[in-house]
Unconditional design. Structure first.
Length: 99
């Protein structure tokens, strides 16, 4: 696919990019080359090829998907400016918000 100056001007307008008129011809050639590469990639037969998330074949360690409290409430409360400890557990104390 070959792009002309008017098409490149419209693409630049839609992308909100200011392109001087003297640069349109060169940019049209570059964009045409890029589109040519994309069209060439579209011709590759990918039937039977599994999608990849990485070029390296690796598996990540997994853990059980269960809700926990983290097991470190004391460490979490160290970040609180005014922690409040109760028999039920520790809490953050926050200012009352009224409108």
């Amino acid at each position: 696919m070959s792009l002309d100056k008017d098409t490149v001007k419209k693409i630049a307008y839609l992308a909100r990019i200011r392109v001087p008129d003297e640069a349109l011809a060169g940019l049209a050639g570059e964009l045409s080359n890029i589109i040519g590469w994309v069209e060439q990639l579209a011709e590759v037969d990918t039937d039977g090829v599994e999608p990849m998330t990485s070029v390296a074949d690796m598996s990540w360690p997994r853990r059980d998907d269960k809700v926990t409290d983290g097991g470190k409430p004391e460490d979490v409360l160290l970040n609180a400016p005014q922690p409040e400890n109760t028999p039920d557990g520790g809490f953050y104390t926050v200012p009352k918000v009224l409108e």
